[in-house]
Design a protein around this ligand. Structure first.
Ligand code: TXA
Ligand code: MG
Length: 336
């Protein structure tokens, strides 16, 4: 199939909405990463999304809405805590897992009795949802396993010829996917960290627990609370290794290795004598989040055996960056 390139103007949005209403699949920008959208009511359209991405059938999707009112058709109840979170963080990079209705296609939630919902802030995404008149199920618009796409070019490099259209808009400014919190259990559980931090969530959810899979690998026989967290993910083709160390030791270590490159902090770049890319200042987790997926994609251009990544701090948005990087590294972490 030919993948249409649509502009993010009125005519492009109208065309995207038409394709979605007819059961097609369209990549759209959001503030976190680009999403591959389909009607959440259309079982066939959802199966195209799984197929285009090569996504395992047991990994559920997030439903995107533009107005709070749209949630009535999707969830059975909207408890007080959900309302408070929505008032504070929507529209924005927060996804809530709640008990689902029967109206949404069952494959959206991969057979679970819960559903993940978020209201994106990106204006183009909101206009596409409104123009289609549909809740849109949208996973990240990458091939399953590869780094999430933060630009229309990333989407095309993975999915050109596999999807109906892509809206050619600007790069995502958050850069990592939304925070996922389950309110379908008690106490509420953080399933995936993102730009809405645990510190921010605890102002409304003081008893929030952080799922074990956020920071460590699950054992083979452990069940994942969030199916997406059990898969190897975000990986370039080149082997990546996460290194936890202070700056001097990290640079010294990298300089001694054979056939390697590095992803480091900006202040370290001048001290490393291997090919390296910087993902921002050590303290600047927001910049690291915005750049990391693009740099993981660029890692393959180094043509080296290994890429060593200097591990970010784990507080605030840094927790989300660390969570993606341990998966990109297949949980290989060196502590110096
Ligand atoms: O920022 C984002 O959330 C982006 C943009 C496009 O909105 N979307 C995104 O979707 O990251 P995806 O499919 O790549 O990640 C969805 C995550 C997975 O980890 C999945 O397991 C989890 O949400 N999830 C979805 N439904 C769930 C449910 N009912 N229970 C638990 N986890 C769920
Ligand atoms: Mg994804």
């Amino acid at each position: 199939m030919t993948t249409l390139r649509l502009l993010s103007d009125e005519s492009g949005i109208r065309e995207a909405a038409k394709i979605l209403k007819n059961g097609g699949i369209v990549a759209i920008p959001t503030e976190t990463v680009y999403g591959l959208a389909a009607s959440a009511y259309n079982e066939q359209a959802i199966s195209k999304v799984f197929k285009a991405k090569g996504r395992p059938q047991d990994n559920p999707l997030i439903v995107h809405i533009a107005e709070l009112d749209d949630i009535k058709d999707i969830v059975l109840s909207f408890p007080k805590q959900a309302r408070l979170l929505a008032e504070r963080f929507w529209p924005g990079p927060l996804t809530l897992v709640l008990k689902r209705t029967d109206k949404v296609a069952s494959s959206v939630s991969a057979g679970l009795n819960t559903i993940a919902v978020r209201m994106p802030e990106n204006e183009v995404a909101r206009r596409v949802i409104k123009a289609s008149g549909l809740p849109l199920a949208a996973p990240s618009a990458n091939l399953s396993g590869s780094p999430s796409p933060t630009s229309a070019e990333h989407v095309l490099s993975d999915l050109d010829g596999r999807i109906d259209a892509v809206i050619m808009s600007s790069a995502s400014n958050v850069g990592v996917e939304s925070t996922v919190v389950s309110l379908a259990e008690n106490p509420p559980r953080l399933l995936r960290p993102g730009a809405v931090t645990p510190e921010g969530l605890r102002e409304i959810l003081p008893d929030l627990v952080v799922d074990k899979a956020v920071l460590s690998e699950l054992d083979e026989n452990e069940e994942a609370a969030s199916p997406g967290m059990k898969y190897k993910h975000y990986s370039p083709k080149t082997e990546t290794v996460l290194v936890e160390a202070e700056s001097g030791r990290f640079c010294e270590f990298v300089n001694k290795q054979e056939s390697c490159a590095a992803i480091c902090f900006s202040e370290e770049q001048a001290l490393i004598n291997k090919p390296c890319l910087s993902y921002g200042n050590k303290e600047d987790s927001e910049t690291q989040a915005r750049l990391i997926f693009d740099l993981l994609r660029k890692s393959d251009r180094f043509l080296v055996d290994k890429v060593y990544i200097h591990a970010p701090k784990k507080s605030g948005v840094g927790l989300a960056v660390y969570n993606r990087l341990i998966r990109a590294a297949g949980f290989k972490v060196i502590k110096l």
